[in-house]
Write a protein that binds this ligand. Structure first.
Ligand code: FES
Length: 158
């Protein structure tokens, strides 16, 4: 082996190590970015398209998002009677079950049977721009409204 061959081999080894390190760094950076993004629940709605005292049915994932003066909540889009997919009444924005006619308040409580159990509440996060993020992996206590940003709160007394 002469010096020239050693040098060529050293260069090739160095290039291979540099490439592997670079790929690993890229992979780490991608992983961190992916992890950072995956920590936040997905945006499923916007306050701009969700009037006060109304509900909106989301198809993917199956969720119902609700807005009232108290804030925003989200429920599974599944009836507590026999698991039929729930819908939202276009006329009054209320939540109903097309199979047997149960109705639910905007707080997820049954107001008309046969369903007798309330809907579970998902964790909701609101961005300042009005994006509604719903974490379907986490439940919160009923009544744990995600507070509206100041600009979206109803104006009182005017
Ligand atoms: S499945 Fe909804 S009321 Fe029966």
């Amino acid at each position: 082996m002469n010096d020239r061959e050693m040098s060529r081999r050293d260069v090739l080894n160095w290039l291979a190590a540099a490439a592997a390190t670079g790929w690993m760094l890229d992979a780490c950076a991608w992983g961190e970015e992916k992890d950072e993004k995956s920590k936040r629940p997905p945006k499923l709605a916007s306050l701009m398209a969700l009037p006060n005292d109304s509900a909106k049915g989301i198809d993917e994932p199956k969720v119902i998002v609700v807005r009232t003066a108290k804030g925003v909540a989200a429920f599974p889009r599944v009836c507590t009677h026999r698991h039929q997919e729930l819908d939202v009444d276009e006329k009054d924005g209320s939540i109903y079950c097309p199979l047997h006619g149960s109705r639910f308040s905007l707080e997820g409580k049954p107001t008309n049977g046969p369903a007798s159990r309330a809907l579970k509440w998902y964790k909701v996060e609101l961005d300042q721009d009005g994006s509604v993020r719903v974490d379907t992996r986490k439940n919160v206590d009923a009544g744990a409204w995600a507070p509206l940003p100041d600009w979206a709160k109803p104006k009182s007394g005017k």
